[in-house]
Write a protein that binds this ligand. Sequence first.
Ligand SMILES: Cc1ncc(COP(=O)(O)O)c(C=O)c1O
Length: 393
Amino acid sequence: MYDVLAVREDFPVLREVIYLDSAATTQTPVQVVAAMNDYFYKYAGNHGRGAHRLAREATNHYEDARENVAKFLNVDPTKTIFTKNATESINMVAHGLEWTSGDHIVTTLIEHHSNLLPWIRLRKLGVEVTIIEPDTNGMIVPKDVENAMTDRTCLVAVTHVSNVLGSITDVSKITKIAHRGGSKILVDGSQSAGHMPVDVGALDCDFFATPGHKGLLGPQGTGVLYVREPDILEPTYLGGGTVHAVTTNGFELEPSPARFEAGTPNLPGVIGLGRAVEYVQEIGTEDIERHETSLARDAASRLEELPSVEVYGPAKRAAVVPFNVVGLNPHDVAMILDETKKICVRSGYHCAMPSLGFLGVEGAVRASFGLYSTQEEVDIFIDTVAQITSLVA
Ligand SMILES: Cc1ncc(COP(=O)(O)O)c(C=O)c1O
């Protein structure tokens, strides 16, 4: 197990606040900020667009970051595309596949809007979308996916970890089911990558989407899309960097990944992400998972013991704990946590309204944990929620 207190030294803001909102975005270690500063101070230049030394160096660092991220996910770097976030990654798949009226997609009720709205919109093209419900614990049952599939199912789109409930989906089993039924599968790894071991290569899914700014500890404005067969995907955007021949009659696309990365990319951000995955790798995702889930499960079971507190999601949860203090608005609870003890949590519907509908509530407070969270922080958090419950006693 790694030394959490030593790790915290890399995140100066944690001296000031109790940060329990890592599912929204994680804090960024100083090593990552330093890598980005190096770009700005030592070799800022554009990607693949110059013979001079700065452009060459910037390009090399950007491509090294791709190698790092691909190695981290255990996939081929040429199939590893940088995007601006998970939302863009998923939308690139929705726009880039060819759809015909009658095609069928299976997705779930516990998706983030980013892995739901792009599919719902395809109904306009005559695509049928089945949205399966989780079981009473908020878990997606692989058999339900299988039962929902038809001979027209061409995509299954599932989240690996629910950002609202913390439920962990058996994406390995669902990938096998999807492939057996002749369908492709997209896994939304936004809440899993970096928080737990995720071997995308072994998973063998067709698409894997993740932001860089959550478990991977990279900066905002970065994301990744892994595509198993790049040739089946039409690039969403075209422009500089995507082609090797252009005439007024047409153009020839570069191979993947260049064809998918139109325009000047987020060089400093991606270079930071490349350093960030090294940082996560050095600590180790098995230990990170063990640490984060033990804090989350402890917090959930102690919240459950408090009067007037409802906790949602399965007992075997990832690092996400949604709850409500009955009689109080979740935003008020979040404000009190912040005002009294500088505890930062998320409140509201978490960009996942159907998940909240499943819980039968309009909003919830969500505490979520990172590799830098401590037991002491959990204790302060639980004590403070206990004090808040006295407001409604
Ligand atoms: C499960 C899940 N999917 C997708 C997203 C969207 O991520 P981004 O805002 O980086 O595009 C999030 C963000 O919270 C998420 O939790």
